[in-house]
Write a protein that binds this ligand. Structure first.
Ligand SMILES: [Zn+2]
Length: 413
């Protein structure tokens, strides 16, 4: 459903009028829902209700950060069971506002480009539907059931089932090794997919899915790995080795969480010190692996951390403004990303002495403690500006293919 701004104002007015009239007892078709199911892997904790017999109201529950009042709700994934042909009028809201850095958010879904809702009739292929942000800070979505069960999600879903299927497909291929580097809090294996020559001079570490609501990085990694396997025999790239942690926050993904691990730790914070192996084994394992690389004399030349947000920028670690070598390297990287991927947003620099406090994300931690070059790539969750469309899993796989070329060109001397 696509609506222009003016149309959407009328539409919201009409919707509110309808809901208002319904409460006065006018006769309308009642909405018959068989069931709302979220009891599956990555299903989001939620409450649901049918208001005025006509409007399905979904209220999403947050997950919480340890030792703060921070909480975040950005993930949804559930299915609706209803007769084929049923028209679903639905709102999605956060049960409580987010809290970030101790402050309660006033703008719940304040995204400039609008938020798509992904709908699937087979729980596999996803179509993006446009939502409308209502004055009550709810998202409104309206569609007709094309099968007896329809799945809805914030983004194209990627679960451990997808990951396990990838691991099965690539296992035993030339120059592919799968290493277990540790276990999550809930004892799930943390795999590193190693591609290429382990003794290569150009070592690259890539992490995806530190935050469970952000599957974009998983699709990027799939595209990159598939391209590597396809291209590797032709190119004989013995100078490269990739160590990819494809799903850093597995427990959070399985439980349908938004941001933290099940002990309330944010895997993209607190990188100014070694991670606690008890509350944050996911980061502990990754850092141990990176330490091993450093000790063996082959430290990563580049560390890439893949995320989703509503902006799509690349965030660089805080550096000294006098470091011209760094600036020219990043200009080269930016140029390559614009050439080989759909990236069209901005490279965000931050400088020591700029008066801003340093958030200890992975890039800042690995640079300040080990001198490693690292960046966070926030894939835009709502719109691929460079392609002028909402993202699909295939778009992100293409980004992964392009990113492989970017890395080759960037590190080749
Ligand atoms: Zn993130």
């Amino acid at each position: 459903m696509r609506l222009s701004n003016r149309k959407s104002v009328w539409f919201i007015a009409l919707l509110l009028l309808t809901v208002n009239n319904l409460s006065k007892g006018q006769v309308v078709n009642k909405l018959k829902i068989g069931y709302i199911n979220y009891y599956f892997e990555n299903g989001s904790p939620l409450l649901w209700n049918i208001e005025n017999d006509t409007l399905l109201k979904i209220s999403l529950l947050p997950d919480y950060q340890r030792q703060t009042l921070n909480r975040q709700t950005d993930h949804w994934y559930f299915s609706i069971v209803a007769a084929k042909g049923t028209r679903i009028r639905m709102t999605i809201e956060k049960m409580v506002p987010d809290v970030y850095n101790g402050r309660q958010a006033t703008d719940w879904w304040n995204y400039r480009t609008g938020i798509p809702c992904y709908v699937s009739n087979d729980n596999e292929s996803w179509t993006a539907y446009k939502t409308t942000t209502l004055p009550g800070r709810e998202l409104y979505c309206d569609f007709v059931m094309e099968s007896e069960e329809v799945w809805l999600a914030r983004l194209p879903v990627y679960t451990t089932t997808h990951l396990n299927s990838l691991l099965t497909r690539i296992k035993g291929q030339n120059d592919v090794r799968i290493l277990e580097i540790g276990r999550t809090l809930e004892n799930r294996p943390l795999e590193i997919i190693q591609l290429g020559n382990p003794k290569a001079i150009n070592q690259v570490v890539i992490r995806a899915r530190a935050h469970p609501w952000e599957p974009g990085g998983n699709w990027v990694v799939e595209g990159l790995i598939e391209e590597f396997i396809k291209e590797n025999p032709k190119r004989n790239l013995t100078n490269f080795c990739f160590a990819i942690l494809p799903m850093a926050n597995k427990d959070g993904v399985v439980r349908g969480m938004t941001r933290f691990n099940t002990a309330g730790m944010d895997l993209n914070r607190n990188w100014d010190k070694a991670s606690d192996s008890i509350t944050c084994p996911e980061n502990y394992a990754l850092e141990k692996y990176i330490n091993m690389m450093i000790k063996s004399g082959l430290p990563p030349a580049l560390v890439i951390d893949l995320h989703n947000d509503d902006k799509g920028d690349v965030h660089l670690a805080k550096r000294d403004k006098g470091d011209t070598g760094f600036q020219s390297r990043m200009q080269k990287l930016e140029k390559l990303m614009r050439e080989h991927t759909s990236f069209s947003e901005s490279f965000r620099y931050s400088w020591t002495g700029d008066g801003q406090s340093t958030v200890m994300t992975i890039d800042n931690g690995l640079y300040s403690r080990y001198g490693l070059e690292a960046f966070v790539y926030e894939l835009n969750a709502n719109r691929i500006t460079g392609l002028n469309k909402v993202p699909s899993a295939d778009d992100w796989k293409e980004t992964g293919k392009g990113l492989l070329e970017v890395i080759y060109c960037y590190l080749e001397k």
